[in-house]
Design a binder for this molecule. Structure first.
Ligand SMILES: Nc1ncnc2c1ncn2[C@@H]1O[C@H](COP(=O)(O)OP(=O)(O)OP(=O)(O)O)[C@@H](O)[C@H]1O
Ligand SMILES: [Mg+2]
Length: 374
């Protein structure tokens, strides 16, 4: 029942109680008056009076008595009304009072607060929304804490390497060797890339990533990207194959961001596939998913694969599978998070299928609905 319906029902009940009490007491009291009238000494005066006067005598007697009972009844009805209103307002505002206490706790920084949902009315809905809101706040707070811890951790490594190199050079008293300078330079580049990645990611997460969307032929773009990574793949003893069922495959996309998406996925495939493996890039047009039309690009490798329990966290910021963490070649764990947000900003999505020891396939879906390339 909604709060409005509850008030309507309770008020109806109150009026009913008052009306029934009123008519019952009236009936009982009038019977009682007539009995009294019969017994009272007024009887004599009444009997000797003329019929017209008799009515007047009875009327005066009853009216006098009714005045008194009217006052008593009025006081009684007001008392019932007051009691009933106090009870109704108490019942109806109880969830609200609990909510106010909880809101005050949130205002003091306690995000663990949860109010039990006991009614299915508007208050129940407000409390449910409040609980969801505090849950989101808790998640955001956790994410913020994790981000600060992760950033601090990621910055610490290159900074301590640089500090150590510089301290050693200072202690030796010699000029800094070209190798040390090169190493320091590498760490500075790593730091700049990390800061740049974090900046782009925070923009994308806030939905403030600016996209310069232009008609783009995915086939032509991927041919170029594959050519660019070919050398690195060959050095790792990997073969990269590209196949497109139709050509061209047109989408409306920001070429710079989309290129980074495929570079990230291909770099991962190269990084996490042992020598002798194959990486296949398959482009498809007109793929229908849930009634919408997409162009899809799948990047399948024959690499180390990803355990099922890690798949759900793969696109989280700084997430790396345990094996990748221990590998020297691992990155920072921002690549897939950036990739996911870039694709999402284009109205698309990514799917991943993987079997440890067999390989991984990432499929990027970009919408082609309503694209007008004329
Ligand atoms: N093709 C793949 N095969 C196996 N594991 C993968 C593959 N792609 C990603 N992963 C796993 O997912 C993790 C997250 O990937 P992501 O690209 O976000 O980070 P990264 O490659 O470690 O670092 P970055 O891309 O920031 O340099 C990786 O550390 C790795 O464990
Ligand atoms: Mg990566």
């Amino acid at each position: 029942m909604t709060v409005r319906q509850k008030i309507f029902t309770y008020m109806g009940l109150l009026v009913l109680i008052i009306v029934i009490t009123h008519s019952l007491t009236n009936q009982i009291y009038i019977n009682f008056l007539f009995d009294q009238f019969r017994k009272a000494e007024i009887n004599e005066a009444y009997l000797i009076a003329a019929p017209g006067e008799q009515i007047e005598i009875m009327k005066t007697y009853i009216m006098d008595k009714m005045k008194l009972i009217g006052i008593v009844k009025g006081v009684f009805i007001v008392a019932i009304g007051e009691f009933f209103s106090l009870w109704i307002s108490g019942v109806l505002t109880l969830p609200l009072r609990k909510l106010v206490v909880a809101i005050e706790r949130v205002a003091q920084g306690d995000l663990e607060v949860k109010v039990p949902v006991q009614t299915r009315d508007e208050y129940g809905k407000v409390i449910q929304t409040f609980n969801e809101m505090t849950l989101r706040l808790r998640e955001a707070e956790d994410a913020r804490r994790r981000l600060v811890a992760d950033v601090a951790h990621e910055l610490r490594t290159p900074l301590s390497i640089m500090q150590l190199k510089l301290e050693n050079a200072q202690q030796d008293g010699n000029d800094i060797s070209p190798e040390t300078l090169l190493r320091l330079h590498d760490e500075v580049i790593r730091l700049s890339l990390l800061v740049e990645d974090l900046h782009v990611l925070s923009l994308a997460e806030a939905g403030r990533l600016s996209l310069d969307r232009q008609p783009l032929d995915l086939t032509a773009r991927l041919e170029q990207i594959v050519e660019d990574v070919q050398h690195e793949a060959e050095e790792c003893g990997l073969e990269v194959q590209l196949s497109s069922r139709t050509s061209p495959v047109m989408v409306l996309a920001d070429v710079r961001r989309i290129t980074q998406v495929f570079i990230n996925l291909l770099t991962n495939a190269i990084r996490y596939t042992p020598s002798g493996g194959t990486i296949s890039v398959i482009i498809e047009d007109q793929v229908v998913v849930s009634g919408a039309v997409f162009a899809s690009v799948s990047i399948a490798d024959t690499g180390i694969g990803i355990p099922a329990e890690d798949l759900a966290h793969l696109f989280d910021r700084f997430y790396r599978v345990e094996e990748a963490r221990s590998r020297h070649s691992g990155g920072t764990g921002l690549g897939l998070s950036i990739t996911h947000h870039f694709v999402k900003a284009h109205g698309g999505f990514i799917r991943v299928a993987s079997k440890p020891g067999i390989g991984t396939t990432f499929s990027v879906y970009l919408p082609t609905n309503g694209n007008d390339f004329s």
